[in-house]
Design a protein around this ligand. Structure first.
Ligand code: FRU
Length: 610
């Protein structure tokens, strides 16, 4: 009876308006053909909420005002089910007649099929978009986009007490596309405030990764202290473009004479800094497919001269080179210094997929010369031995000479498949870079959690515990507040050369097993039974870091934030960043060792944000 009356009503609708869908208030939906649907905004509203189905193909959406296409992007318009909604901001077009042409380019045989798509039932005109955090895997204290896909951190600069972070963002879905620079700010590196879109795709293409500097001497002519962004315009080719901000990074104007730097083959992710000894700007650029970094110089940020290229045949070469960064740091806290060239690579990381390699060497304003090891070879070094720390670049003008870095906490192997919905991907904790000399005589980068991170500590659930553990182990409870979000610190002193095992577990028998092996000087992280792992065959993994120390004792600082675990050993001299998706929070930490171990200064803190 019910279905009869429904088809009767549908029949009536068909007769009344053969090519229209029953739309939500304020919208008129006209199916112009099998592939083309026009959405007319006839009511008032700040946002048009588009229903997205992730498994669907990307559909071009054009916003048309007075017959002109004023914006366009791709969205996976829902066909058979709605995974989530994304907002199209209509406020720039207030007072205009707004039409959207949506080209659902799927195989159809009749308009009737198009009309039945889930998106036309749920598309909504609204004054608000609910971006509140509801997902179990949304971190508490790591930066995330409010909604949509995020990859690389971009254009970070510090000015007047504010840390600015831009990021590769898809505002129209939780998979990669429509690359846009969106903006967040923080005054304490912990509490982030979303600032919306900074630079949106334009006629030259999507806005790929790049960097910002504060032009204190007005070398570019946009005014003293203008913030200058240089990024990659990515369409059929990759070219470097400029945008500038005269309001401290709130809004950007795209430079009228873009592109400012062109290349014959793929080149991207420009990263700039002021090189004081020669009084000029230096820009490093990933010559991606050639697997090298090019170094340019400029007096005014607009005219660039190629000085040299570094890297052909050196280091890891199994993937494209991306997102460079070049900076100078003191070694072992002395006044001796070295240069660090960061060369992110994808794939070809130590455990598959993307990872951050770096070279230590010297830089004379034109050329980077890498250090060699005892055998005369240029060694390959990795910043992080977990699977989920990529596209690391640093803030320019960080205070007190700090070199503060942040990474994208995912891996290109499975970033688009991780089991989150409203958002995809977080950044790592911010980290301070330091250089130290390891027992092999080589200089390495240490990654130390930024000092601001200490402010997260709330209650110490366990404190100053002196434990002696054996084969049976000792078990400690993790905090229940904030879904088990916590920091664990300890010193591990093995009594023999036998390994010490740290196991995080929940009542579902999901576990992360970390093993410190004092004879091999390695620390491993096994997430093969950590919870949800089968969304990608590349996700279950055991990652292993060399401790780069000849001591038997190690110190550990471990941060758990719902879907990530970051391990910092020996004050950041080794580290591992790995995602995990337990189906309930880990509730215990067990420490055991067949050879016995002393555990001192063990603290487990619940963490909170303001
Ligand atoms: C690195 C990267 C960059 C590029 C950006 C595009 O993850 O591939 O080389 O600019 O992502 O989103």
């Amino acid at each position: 009876m019910k279905s009869l009356s429904r088809s009767f009503i549908m029949g009536l609708t068909l007769l009344a308006a053969p090519f229209a869908s029953a739309a939500s208030d304020g919208l008129k939906i006209e199916h112009l053909g099998i592939n083309n649907t026009l959405v007319r905004v006839i009511g008032d509203g700040n946002y048009l909420l588009l229903p997205i189905q992730e498994s669907n193909v990307d559909t071009p959406v054009k916003i048309i005002i007075n017959g002109k296409v004023v914006d366009q992007f791709n969205a996976r318009m829902a066909k058979s089910k709605v995974d989530y909604l994304v907002p199209v901001d209509l406020t720039p077009y207030k007072g205009e007649k707004i039409n959207l042409l949506i080209q659902t380019n799927q195989d159809r045989s009749s308009i009737r099929e198009v009309r039945d798509d889930a998106c036309w039932q749920d598309i909504t005109l609204s004054d608000t978009f609910d971006s509140t955090n509801r997902e179990a895997y949304r971190p508490l204290f790591h930066h995330t986009p409010q909604w949509g896909w995020m990859n690389d951190p971009n254009g970070m600069f510090y000015k007047d007490g504010v840390w600015h972070l831009f990021y590769q963002h898809n505002p129209y879905g939780s998979k990669w596309n429509n690359m846009t620079w969106s903006h967040s700010t923080t005054s304490d590196l912990i509490n982030w405030e979303p600032q919306g879109v900074a630079i949106a795709p334009d006629g030259l293409g999507m806005i790929f990764s790049g960097s910002c500097v504060v032009d204190t001497e007005n070398t570019a002519g946009f005014g003293k202290d203008a913030v200058i962004a240089i990024y990659t315009s990515a369409a059929d080719t990759q070219q470097q473009s400029m945008a500038y901000s005269t309001d401290g990074g709130k809004t950007f104007t795209v430079y009228e004479s873009n592109p400012i730097l062109t290349q014959d083959t793929e080149a991207r992710d420009p990263n700039m800094f002021w090189y004081a000894p020669a009084g000029k700007w230096i820009l490093t650029l990933a010559h991606a497919l050639d697997r090298e970094m090019q170094i340019f110089s400029s007096p005014d940020l607009k005219n660039w001269t190629l000085e040299s290229a570094f890297g052909k045949g050196l280091g890891a070469q199994d993937g494209v080179w991306e997102c460079p960064d070049l900076f100078q740091l003191p070694v072992d806290g002395t006044d001796k210094s070295k240069w660090v060239l960061i060369c992110n690579i994808n794939p070809g990381g130590p455990f598959g997929g993307s990872a951050t390699q770096y070279f230590i060497g010297d830089f004379d304003g034109k050329t980077f010369t890498p250090d060699t090891d005892a055998s005369g070879k240029v060694p390959t070094k990795w910043m992080d031995y977990g699977k989920d720390n990529y596209a690391n670049v640093s803030w320019s003008d960080a205070p007190e000479g700090r070199r503060t870095i942040i990474g994208w906490m995912s891996n290109w192997q499975y970033a688009a498949e991780v089991p989150t919905t409203q958002f995809r991907s977080a950044n790592t904790l911010p980290r301070e870079m330091e250089l130290f000399t390891a027992p092999d005589g080589q200089i390495y980068l240490a990654s130390v959690p930024s000092p601001e991170v200490l402010a997260l500590r709330d209650k110490a659930i366990v404190n100053d515990k002196n434990a002696s553990v054996g084969a049976g182990g000792e078990t400690f409870k993790l905090p229940a507040t904030n879904d088990g979000v916590c920091e664990i610190t300890m010193k591990v002193s093995p009594k023999s050369d036998k390994p010490v095992t740290l196991t995080l577990a929940n009542s579902k028998k999901e576990e992360v097993v970390m093993v410190y092996d004092p004879s091999a000087h390695t620390f491993s992280f096994d997430r093969t039974r950590s919870g949800l792992t089968d969304f990608s065959r590349d996700f279950p993994a055991v990652t292993v870091a060399p401790t780069l120390s000849s001591d038997r004792d190690i110190t550990l600082r471990i941060f758990i934030d719902r879907s990530s675990i970051e391990v910092f050993g020996n004050g950041g001299r080794f580290c591992q960043t790995n995602l995990v998706f337990p189906t309930e929070p880990y509730s215990s930490l067990k420490i055991s060792s067949n050879g016995g171990a002393k555990i001192t200064d063990l603290s487990i803190y619940s963490l909170k944000i303001k």
